[in-house]
Design a protein around this ligand. Structure first.
Ligand SMILES: Cc1cc2nc3c(=O)[nH]c(=O)nc-3n(C[C@H](O)[C@H](O)[C@H](O)COP(=O)(O)OP(=O)(O)OC[C@H]3O[C@@H](n4cnc5c(N)ncnc54)[C@H](O)[C@@H]3O)c2cc1C
Length: 405
């Protein structure tokens, strides 16, 4: 056994590297261990290679957690503005894309380089690829046994992320360590993930793959799981089901067995009904075909699919009964459908659930049961909305932890 580190951080991804850099620069001796050959792979592939590294409006309401208050302290202590200032000191050019989402102009690799540079400034040691065989706690110290030797440390920080994209090294290691030390978990499941349907439910849409349109989507229910949501975003029809930002956002709130609701007209329901009434009752529209009437409000391909589904394709509007009009209005403004499932960990951007926040101190990310054991980033039961919030959680939780080490 050689030196005792102030902190060993397991996982050199967004949260781990950021935490290491901050702690190192505060004078702590820090060792990062990661099993990956290449560090920061999730950052590299994020945001289509440009890394949506934070969101101008990132706040507690952008996060799902069984305890919605848990994120408040960490977000207040290290906000999106703080991270933006860091990005600016590295002269990384960035732009706002949509609803406060900030992306690098050039490449996500700039964020990885920045994190590694911050680690170097803090004299952080990084070792990878390393296989960790076991972790134990003896006589007030953490003992980490690896395929390249043993390490001992005063504090242990688990930053191994969540289960999405196993092909680039995701593992349940943080959750296993939490279990080993008696911490409760919230069942993990894929989030920010496309939804799939049975062939029967999706029959009318199979031919519409590639079609994208703005919708209002609602999922979840008040008082259960992570609550209810609605989002006004774009929806994408695919061969397998529904995707696009609207569906990814809704997937985090969706509970298996429940339906999601889609308003294909996009705006709030009241406005949509007014729009529908206007179009349906306009005297000039009486001799038009049903699909052409619907196409005044939604793309023609979708209009045809709805008309066909209701056996109204090719019929004149004047021939459509009141009941049939009502059914069409219902279809347009509150289409309710039960997804069969999600496309799973391979396609999910993030993990819902993880280490139960009741087990952690929100100011430091330290285990309440086991002083000296910390969990940061995605392995905690905190999941951001789409749009840079998940990285913001990695930075904020990493910062809170670094101050406490
Ligand atoms: C395709 C995709 C795109 C995304 N785009 C965005 C985006 O644009 N904006 C956004 O905010 N979020 C985005 N996310 C989510 C974001 O990448 C994660 O929330 C974030 O990386 C979590 O940080 P983390 O440090 O907790 O975990 P990670 O960044 O995943 O890091 C975990 C690290 O732990 C290591 N590790 C895992 N298991 C072990 C083990 N057993 N032993 C040792 N090391 C281990 C891994 O190799 C990895 O280096 C995206 C995710 C995906 C999959």
């Amino acid at each position: 056994m050689s030196k005792t580190w102030d902190a060993v951080i397991i996982g050199g991804g967004a949260a781990g590297l950021f935490c290491a850099g901050v702690a190192g620069q505060l004078g702590k001796t820090v060792l990062v261990l990661d099993h990956a050959k290449v560090l920061g792979e999730k950052i590299r592939i994020s945001g289509g290679g440009r890394c949506n590294f934070t969101n101008l409006h990132s706040g507690p309401s952008n996060f799902l957690s069984l305890n919605p208050h848990f994120v408040k302290s960490a977000l207040a202590r290290y906000s999106s503005n703080d991270f933006i200032k860091l990005v600016q000191t590295y002269r990384i050019a960035y732009h706002e894309k949509h609803q406060g989402q900030l992306f690098c102009d050039d490449s996500a690799k700039q964020i990885i380089e920045m994190l590694l540079n911050e680690c170097a400034k803090g004299k952080v040691q990084i070792r990878h690829p390393v296989v960790i065989h076991s972790i134990s706690y003896e006589s007030g110290q953490w003992l980490i046994q690896t395929d390249s030797g043993h390490h001992q440390s005063k504090s242990l920080v688990m930053a191994t992320g969540g289960l999405p994209v196993p092909a680039i090294g995701a593992s349940a290691f943080a959750l296993d360590i939490a279990k080993q030390f008696g911490l409760k978990l919230v069942d993990p499941r894929p989030a920010l993930v496309p939804l799939s349907f049975t062939s029967h439910e999706y029959e009318s849409f199979n031919t519409l793959a590639g079609l994208s349109l703005p919708v209002r989507i609602a999922a979840g229910s008040k008082g259960s799981g992570y609550g209810a949501c609605h989002f006004d975003e774009d929806l994408l029809l695919t061969h397998k089901g529904l995707s696009g930002p609207a569906v990814l956002q809704a997937s985090s709130y969706w509970v298996e067995g429940q339906a999601i609701q889609i308003n294909w007209l996009g705006a709030g329901k009241e406005n949509s009904q007014l729009n529908c009434d206007d179009v349906f009752n306009h005297v000039d529209n009486r001799l038009k075909l049903v699909e052409n009437i619907l196409a005044l409000m939604i793309p023609l391909r979708l209009a045809k699919a709805f008309a066909e589904q209701q056996n109204l394709l090719g019929r004149k509007w004047a021939e459509v009964s009141k009941k049939e009009r009502q059914a069409l209005q219902e279809l347009l403004t509150s289409w309710s459908v039960k997804p069969a499932g999600t496309l799973g960990w391979k396609k999910a951007e993030v993990m819902l659930g993880g280490v139960d926040t009741k087990e952690l101190d929100g100011q430091t990310m330290m285990s309440r049961k086991h002083p000296g054991l910390y969990f940061i980033g995605e392995c905690v039961d905190v999941t951001g909305h789409l749009g840079g919030h998940n990285f913001q959680w990695a930075w904020s939780s990493g910062f809170a932890c670094a101050q406490a080490l």
